[in-house]
Design a protein around this ligand. Sequence first.
Ligand SMILES: [Zn+2]
Length: 144
Amino acid sequence: MKPSDPEQERAWRERLSSEQYQVTRCSATEAPFSGRYWNHHADGEYRCVCCGAPLFDSNSKFDSGTGWPSFTQPAHDARIAEHADRSYGMVRTEVRCASCEAHLGHVFPDGPGPDGLRYCINSAALDFEPAADSASDSPSAESA
Ligand SMILES: [Zn+2]
């Protein structure tokens, strides 16, 4: 990782939990089945935990069985930056937030969707925002 601004680094440390910091700013990977979102199925949007950019939509989330949140595609291609990652003797494609360069996870070519991609993302890099229309379901349920 390139050296970054110490002021900015300190701001991230203050804002993020240590796990969020390790994942997003130091490219760590959370333990599988440990995160908040691998088994999370609500409708809504997954945002960058660092800068709030909307990154993935629950419509493209699928159960990959890996223990990490998995998506067939980003919500907006322009919000995701992909980089070749040659660490650990493998060649993988790293996925980062295009706005703040937070490390999110990796993309693999074995997904179930039409593009055949699997975005394998750390829960610690995401913040879930429930869909607005899921709130409108509750008044009709109460009136029944
Ligand atoms: Zn970001």
